[in-house]
Design a protein around this ligand. Structure first.
Ligand SMILES: NC(=O)c1ccc[n+]([C@@H]2O[C@H](COP(=O)([O-])OP(=O)(O)OC[C@H]3O[C@@H](n4cnc5c(N)ncnc54)[C@H](O)[C@@H]3O)[C@@H](O)[C@H]2O)c1
Length: 475
């Protein structure tokens, strides 16, 4: 049956196609086994697919083959071991083996911010696609999952036709990814939508078959996963548009926090009150230290850079403000630290020398070990630069944090971090910190002063326990 392209109707009828390998279900590979690719490889094996994960990092691949997940992601370890044992899942650094194995190859490599500007660095996409294309010996579908500037899928198509024999008829599609670290297993097994950008009925059929496990699981749980089938450009834009919206929502409430700070309002109550309006909603509306991680900051910058190249820079100028509001929250913590420690805040920032500060949290959010562009770690570094003796504790992020910012002092536990501290800064809202007993911690510190940069503590409880408390956007 022919389906029109693009087709943006939910759940179009899709023709069945036979995988080129001859297997009954497409065999899938994931190129790049980082946060995205490792989670996908493991979860797709759990859905019953035969899976091969490929990476250029031999240590990562050795760990995965040994049943060790190289990242912290709740629930992933058990799934990895189960699916390795079942023989459905393996990992390799051999691109020829990867090319030979797969019917559908998902590109999951990093697309970080370029060192020389705001745009995305596509060198990993180029390297992975090129080497895969050079090793293909039969028809296959190459599907981009990495977050990329609009136009990348067309460029990947050109790379593929340049590096693979024309008679193989290798095709390209794009399927952006929306998983959230900390919830990644459930997000992959039970996504709230699947978006595919395709140019042919064959590609659409292969992608449908490669996602059928997700649709089948949903059916057994009496759910539906909406499928949006569209063109390349729209599929690429969906992801960056979603991240631009989320970043804007966070910066909106942080802008309100700035106004509350000068006007004497309480942004936590303001957010609760406006969030009751279902048109606004209360999710992603918590004022605090702002967004970070390997996605939102670089994605909104790359989106602006690409829009500028295409002549639509003005349309996204507001994202520059979104970025600035976000970054200003980091210096706000320094202001509060100076205020609580009775230090002057001069033109070069505060002088915090001679003080000891406990920083609780290093990751960009709880339930991950990811410290890439983490506001917590950035603030810890700023406090140290201001002269403070900074002691950091994080439940999962210490190893990555130590590699990223080696000059800070890292502690094995919360008690060690807060002992003798003149000030405690809660910078990531881990449950351990939210539920910490302020009376017990109060016995350990040199001074009961706390900056709650995530507005995640019970301010009444902490104040009653004798702490001088400061939140962001609160009186
Ligand atoms: N992490 C997330 O939560 C998330 C969510 C949605 C989308 N994304 C997007 O997914 C992409 C990957 O993100 P990530 O967080 O998994 O990155 P990551 O840095 O954790 O993983 C990237 C992996 O690619 C590997 N790699 C580099 N060059 C390679 C090559 N030539 N061939 C094969 N592998 C190669 C690296 O060794 C690394 O293991 C990015 O575009 C990101 O924006 C990430």
């Amino acid at each position: 049956m022919t389906i029109p392209y693009p087709n943006t109707q939910p759940m179009p009828v899709i023709a069945a196609v036979t995988p080129p390998s001859g297997a009954s279900r497409p065999r899938v590979t994931f190129l790049g086994t980082g946060y995205l690719g490792a989670t996908y490889a493991i979860c797709y094996a759990e859905l019953g697919y035969e899976v091969l994960g490929y990476d250029v990092d031999p240590d990562k691949i050795a760990k995965l083959n040994a049943g060790e997940v190289p990242i912290h992601e709740p629930g992933l370890d058990e799934l990895l071991r189960r699916n390795l044992a079942a023989g459905r899942l393996r990992f390799s650094t051999d691109i020829a083996e990867t090319a030979d194995f797969g019917d559908v190859h998902f590109i999951c490599v990093g697309t970080p911010q370029r060192a020389d500007g705001m745009g995305a660095d596509l060198s990993y996409v180029e390297a992975s696609v090129t080497s895969l294309a050079q090793h293909l010996t039969r028809k296959a579908l190459i599907v981009g999952k990495s977050t990329v500037p609009v136009g990348t899928a067309d460029w990947v198509e050109q790379l593929v036709s340049k590096h693979s024999p024309a008679d193989l008829g290798v095709e390209v599609a794009w399927s952006p990814e929306f998983l959230q670290e900390g919830f990644a297993v459930d997000d992959v097994l039970r996504p709230n939508r699947i978006v595919v950008g395709v140019k042919s009925e064959w590609a659409n059929g292969m992608l449908y078959a490669a996602h059928k496990g997700v649709f089948d699981l949903a059916a057994t749980e009496d759910r539906e996963v909406p499928l949006v089938v569209t063109d390349f450009a729209t599929a690429e834009l969906v992801k960056v548009a979603a991240n631009a919206f989320l970043a804007t929502k966070i910066s909106f409430i942080n802008a309100m926090a700035e106004v509350c700070e000068v006007a004497g309002g309480d942004v936590t109550q303001l957010a609760r009150a406006i969030g009751y309006d279902p048109r606004i909603g209360n999710r992603f509306l918590q004022a605090g230290l702002g967004f970070g991680g390997a996605c939102l900051p670089k994605d909104i910058r790359a989106f602006q850079a690409r829009a500028q190249e295409l002549g639509a820079g003005e349309a996204l100028r507001f994202l520059h403000e979104v970025d600035l509001i976000n970054l200003r929250r980091r210096t706000r913590v320094l202001h509060l630290a100076a205020e609580l420690l009775n230090r002057r805040y001069g033109p070069a920032g505060p002088d915090l020398s001679g003080t000891r500060i406990a920083v609780l949290g290093a990751t960009f959010k709880p339930n991950t070990d990811d410290v890439r562009d983490a506001p917590a770690l950035a603030v810890a570094a700023l406090l140290r630069k201001a002269g403070a003796d900074v002691h950091v504790y994080d439940p999962q992020g210490i190893d990555n944090a130590r590699r990223a910012v080696p000059e800070l002092t890292y502690e094995p536990g919360m008690a060690e971090a807060v002992t003798d501290a003149d000030l405690v800064c809660v910078l990531t809202e881990w449950a351990d910190f939210r539920n910490a007993d302020p009376t017990v911690l109060g016995e350990l510190v040199a001074g009961r002063r706390v900056v709650d940069a995530r507005n995640c503590l019970d301010s009444t409880l902490w104040t009653q326990a004798g702490w001088e408390y400061r939140g962001l956007g609160r009186p």
